[in-house]
Design a binder for this molecule. Structure first.
Ligand code: GNR
Ligand code: NI
Length: 174
């Protein structure tokens, strides 16, 4: 397993629409293992493949608490087949938008159909943080970030700050 670098905004790669996976094989499981290791190291509760530069429809998640055993979830070719009319507000963050947190409103519950780590078809009904996280990760597969749900003013301000801190980092690395 290996930790892969996480791409941060602004970066055109984060806007790419990811492609469906053709088969769940050992090469894909290696990617998923690396994604889980990368997510734990960050640390984060979810990660989409595009965040490590791979434009495949793959998501990993783990919402277990620190004191609980790890419980990684793997979603290949996920499709949201139902969302509740009721909405919920969550303060979201993103490993690709470091150090910014903002409230985003999304359907409170959803159903997702996907292939698991072994390529088996599964369905999951989600609510609470799990429902929010699934929708946040599904957005990544469409090239969308949580900041795209905010006002243009807020988004542009955040992107300017992110761009400046990237430049500073690049200069410091010279
Ligand atoms: O670690 C993460 N926390 C989080 C908190 C609220 C809503 C969504 C998330 S996902 C985020 C990790 C990430 O960027 N996944 O794409
Ligand atoms: Ni994210």
């Amino acid at each position: 397993m290996a930790i892969r670098p996480i791409i941060t905004a602004p970066d055109s790669r984060l806007k790419v629409i990811s492609e469906p996976v053709e088969r769940v094989d050992d090469a894909l499981r290696t990617l998923m293992d690396d994604m889980v290791e990368t997510m734990y190291a960050a640390p984060g509760i979810g990660l989409a493949a595009i965040q490590v530069g791979v434009a495949k429809r793959v998501i990993v998640m783990d919402l277990s608490r620190e004191e609980e055993p790890k419980a990684p979830l793997y979603f290949v070719n996920p499709v949201i087949t139902w969302t509740s009319k009721e909405l919920a507000l969550y303060e979201e963050g993103c490993l690709s938008v470091p150090e910014f947190y903002e409230d985003v409103e999304r359907p409170a519950r959803c159903r997702v159909e996907f292939l698991d780590y072994h390529g088996k078809a599964q369905a999951l009904d989600a609510e609470g943080l799990l429902a929010t996280c699934i929708q946040h990760e599904m957005d990544h597969l469409q090239g969308i970030l949580f900041i795209d749900h905010l006002s243009r003013l807020k988004r542009d301000m955040m992107l300017r700050k992110l761009s400046k801190s990237k430049k500073r980092q690049a200069e410091a690395a010279e």
